[in-house]
Every structure is written in C-alpha cells, then in structure tokens.
Design a protein around this ligand. Structure first.
Ligand SMILES: Nc1nc2c(c(=O)[nH]1)N[C@@H](CN(C=O)c1ccc(C(=O)N[C@@H](CCC(=O)O)C(=O)O)cc1)CN2
Length: 296
C-alpha cells in the first residue's frame, strides 16, 4: 500500500513557517500585505476567498478582500488593480479565478505588477520561470505547493519520467517548467492526446500528476508499480462528495506514494499563497528570510 501524502499536515507546517517568518518581518516593522479581488458570486470561489482571509489572519499577514459585484466592468477591476499596484501596504495581489465573462482575465493578470503578482500569472514571471532564470520571482501556488509535497515525501525527480495530465496555466504548464528545472524528463498531455498514447505514457511514468477535472481518469492499469501519483483534480459529485482524477482505491495499492482528494494538493494552494506573500514582502523590503522552507 502506498504512502498517503498528507497535504493537510504539510500545509499546516508551511503555515507555521509563514507565521514565524511574518513575526520576523513584523519585528522590523514590515507587515506583509495581501489583496484578494473576488468578482461575482461563484460559491466555491467565495469559500476559497474566505479561507484565504482566515488563513492570512492566523499567520499575522494583513489581508484585504475586495468583493465586487458580478456586473463589475473590466475598467473598474483594472482601476482597482492599478490602485493596489501603487499601494505600499500591499505586497501581493490576487484576482480569484474564474471571473465573469465580461472581464478579460488575461488582461487583468497582465495588469498586476510583476513584483506583486502572487499567483505568478503575469507573463514576465511566466517567462522567467520558463527561461529558468536565477533570482526570486513568484510562481503559481498550486504547482509550487506540489513541489513542496514531493520534496516532503522525498520523491526524487532528477532523471525520472514525469507525466502531467492537463495543460492549464494554473497547474500543468508551470509545473512542467518546475519539474524540468529539477532535471526530470517531463511530458505534458492534454485533451487532444489520444487515449492509447496517454495510457502508454502513463504506464512508463515514475511520477504522475493529474489536473484534468475528469473523475477517475487515472486507473490502476495506467500506473506502473512503485509510481508516485499526485491528484490535483477536484470534482463535486451529485451526492456532495469530492472525487479526484485518480481512482484512489484501485491505484493506491500499486503506488509508492499518492495524494488523497480531499486533503492532498488542495490545502497546499492556500498555504503556499501565504508563503509567496511573505516572500514578496521580504523581497520588497530587501530582507533575507533566515530559515528556508525546506525546514518545515
Ligand atoms: N487566482 C487564483 N484562482 C484560483 C486558484 C489560484 O491558485 N489562484 N486556485 C483554485 C481555487 N483555490 C484557491 O483559490 C483552492 C482550491 C482548492 C482548495 C482546497 O483546499 N481544496 C480542498 C477541498 C475543499 C472543498 O471541500 O471543496 C482539498 O482538496 O482538500 C483550496 C483553494 C481556483 N482559483
């Protein structure tokens, strides 16, 4: 039976480290500031944003949430982003995704100042990631959190075959770059990959990351014995339960390590958001954070 990678426990350790780092910054009169913009009434987004507010407050980060109506215009969101770009009390700006149809999400991501782009969605930061530039820049929090999970579970990436299912800007694409930078051989598959090719590649993978939102897409016969399986998919079923992309019961007995849904990757997204907020605040004030995140 596989090791179950406990995302809640690892996220808790990241949050404790964020609280410690925040205390260090506060001692130098630096208050890390996070602005979260929520446009519209998507019920899941409302919960995620509330959880972000609560988690920030618990760690000592100053957070402000801007709840805008579903009819807010693009010009209004842009004006808010521009105001926050110039607000010295704000180190990190996040526009909760998805946004209503009248708003061009990419244009808003482009408008967030790269040095406050806590989601790492601005093309300047994406470019640095894909060019494997040295120095600090923000990276999308779900893939960054997955890298923390793998590190904490002592999963080796160098010289391993990693297969990623799903090429979103939120998960698959940045994860591809992060894994490649760790000297993994990475294959990024998507909805146009033929089923038989997907099956053949998955069977060879040392590490599988699935971020498709297709319930139970990854089955036991897709997985090589001893592989590590990371499930990013979260689908709410008719009975209210959550189902991942991986058939957990069937795959777990074959895998070396596996994340559950819920309680795997999900909790890392908010913990890593707080981590990135503190890192951005430290960057802005040119303060070196003493302990590395690897000490969690
Ligand atoms: N601007 C952004 N928008 C969105 C992001 C993001 O990183 N930046 N990610 C997701 C939503 N998200 C945070 O925003 C998020 C998703 C899931 C979880 C989580 O803890 N999931 C739990 C299950 C929760 C449940 O019961 O529904 C788990 O998997 O255990 C936290 C945050 C899209 N938008």
């Amino acid at each position: 039976m596989a090791e179950i990678i406990d995302g809640r426990a690892i996220a808790q350790r990241v949050r404790a480290q964020v609280a410690t780092q925040t205390q260090r910054l506060l001692a130098e009169n630096i208050i890390p500031g996070l602005a979260v913009i929520l446009v519209g009434n998507d019920p899941a987004s409302e919960i995620y944003v509330r959880n972000k507010e609560r988690a920030a407050a618990k760690t000592g980060i100053h957070s402000e949430t801007f709840k805008l109506s579903a009819t807010t215009t693009e010009a209004e969101v842009l004006a808010l982003i521009q105001r926050l770009n110039h607000d010295a009390s704000i180190d990190a700006i996040l526009l909760q995704s998805p946004v209503p149809g009248q708003i061009n999400e990419q244009a808003m991501q482009d408008a967030i100042a790269p040095e406050k782009d806590v989601d790492g969605f601005n093309p300047t930061n994406i470019g640095k990631l894909f060019a494997n530039r040295a120095g600090y820049y923000p990276v999308a929090n779900t893939p960054k959190g997955i890298m923390t999970l793998l590190e904490q579970a002592h999963v080796e990436l160098a010289q391993r075959l990693v297969v990623i299912l799903g090429r979103s800007n939120l998960v698959g694409r940045p994860l591809f770059a992060l894994m490649e930078a760790q000297n993994a051989s990475v294959v990024l598959l998507h909805r146009f990959t033929p089923d038989d090719l997907r099956h053949q590649l998955l069977q060879q993978a040392d590490v599988i990351i699935s971020a498709t939102g297709v319930p139970k897409l990854v089955r036991a016969d897709d997985v090589k014995a001893g592989a590590t399986v990371i499930d990013v998919g979260i689908t709410r079923l008719a009975d209210g339960s959550l189902q991942g992309d991986v058939d957990f019961e069937a795959v777990a007995p074959k895998a070396q390590a596996i994340t559950p849904v819920p309680g795997g990757v999900g909790p890392m997204t908010i913990a890593t958001l707080l981590q990135t907020t503190v890192e951005l605040a430290a960057e802005h004030h040119q303060v070196e954070l003493e302990a590395g995140w690897q000490n969690i």
